[in-house]
Write a protein that binds this ligand. Structure first.
Ligand SMILES: Cc1ncc(COP(=O)(O)O)c(C=O)c1O
Length: 366
């Protein structure tokens, strides 16, 4: 494909600033190395194997996925894949078992039913799948509720063919406070994790892998006692939520949606061609509300969204855009926006460097 100029791109277009991506990867790799943590980025954020390959070249020890289709797509570049999602259902299991034999697969689960289905599928496929027992450390989404349940499941795992107990996993998705205000919640989480680890090891169950972490808690992961591996996803691109929590600087936001002003007819606002089908209608954590802000003018908020229209509020700015002008929007939650785009454009210093198909979207051909 011939490289188009940034000016000629049809909007809305998802842009990735490669200088910023590379800096974000260097920073997380250095942090993980400094604290003796493995870094297994969650690729659900970008869903692009070329970007997973970049993360692996930058020092990631393996990757995380949320769906079997993501696992299939990422298997073209990654040999060590963790499915951080309960592997329940025949179709899901069948797709997982179709991963190339050389892929070292592990999954997180919290039930006997999931374990039985997985072990039966693994035996049929002649594979051994690693399992991390999922713990609920406060998010209350998935995860066993107490240490004795974790011991029961780990023991059952050890007695079952086709699967191998590799450790424990959790996701601190309930921690959505600014980085500087996470002391109490992280102390509680760390104490609870230690309790799980102690009870498991008291029962003779060593947990070589203790996998956890998110982007909001990323830079405080070393405070979580016993953690061996971090799984940030958003951090490769960052977004408005992440910046508003102080988990990245504004200059570390690498993803934006290029949009064109299509109307200024209604006073006090400008309308862009990026609506909910390009930005995602995700409520955010930033105090100013709305669905995103302009990269170059963060005081300008996307106040409303229809499917193809984004409404920029102009009350807080002296900027008066003209029809045809282009802007870049940083969405509240980058993963949800990426998932709406067929293609990501790699840009550097104002020039388009390349493009990637977002091949990890959807569920793949049956
Ligand atoms: C299980 C799991 N691990 C890791 C992550 C990555 O966290 P973040 O999205 O904050 O980067 C997520 C995000 O949804 C997740 O669900």
């Amino acid at each position: 494909m011939e490289r188009p100029s940034l000016e000629s791109l049809e909007t809305p277009a998802a842009l990735v600033d490669m200088t910023r991506v590379e800096a974000n990867l260097r920073r997380v790799e250095a942090y993980a190395r400094q604290h003796g943590l493995k870094w297994r980025p969650h690729t659900k954020t970008h869903k692009v194997p070329e970007l997973a390959a970049l993360q692996l070249r930058a020092g990631a020890s393996g990757i995380t996925v949320a769906t079997p289709h993501e696992a299939q797509v990422m298997a073209s570049v990654a040999e060590d894949v963790f499915l951080a999602y309960p592997p329940v259902g025949a179709a899901r299991l069948e797709r997982l078992m179709r991963l190339p034999a050389h892929v070292r697969l592990s999954v997180g689960l919290d039930s006997r039913e999931a374990l039985e289905g997985l072990s039966a599928a693994a035996r049929r496929a002649g594979r051994t799948v690693g399992v991390l027992v999922e713990l609920d450390l406060g998010m209350h989404r998935v995860g066993v509720q107490g240490p004795s349940e974790a011991v029961d499941l780990a023991r059952q795992l050890e007695a079952t063919d086709g699967v191998e107990y590799r450790g424990i996993t959790f996701y601190p998705g309930h921690v959505r406070s600014p980085v500087g205000s996470q002391d109490t919640v992280l102390k509680e989480l760390s104490a609870r994790l230690e309790e799980f680890i102690d009870v498991l090891s008291g029962a003779g169950l060593r947990s070589p892998v203790v996998s956890g972490g998110s982007t909001p808690t990323l830079w405080r992961s070393h405070e979580v006692v016993g953690l061996t591996e971090i799984r940030p996803g958003i951090n490769i691109f960052n977004d408005r939520n992440t910046a508003s929590l102080g988990a990245c600087a504004w200059e570390e936001c690498a993803y934006s949606v290029l949009a064109t002003v299509v109307s200024t007819a209604v006073s006090g606002q400008a309308v862009i061609d990026a609506g909910s089908k390009a930005l995602a209608k995700e409520e955010g954590l930033a105090p100013g509300g709305g669905y995103g802000v302009l990269l170059e003018r963060p005081e300008v908020v996307v106040r409303g969204l229809s499917e193809e229209h984004g409404l920029l509020e102009l009350a807080g700015t002296s900027w008066r855009p003209r029809v045809g002008e282009r802007v870049r929007v940083v969405p509240n939650h980058v993963c949800a926006s990426v998932n709406l785009h067929e293609r990501l454009w790699a840009v550097r210093g104002g020039a388009v460097e390349g493009a990637w198909a977002v091949t990890g979207r959807g569920w793949g051909a049956p």
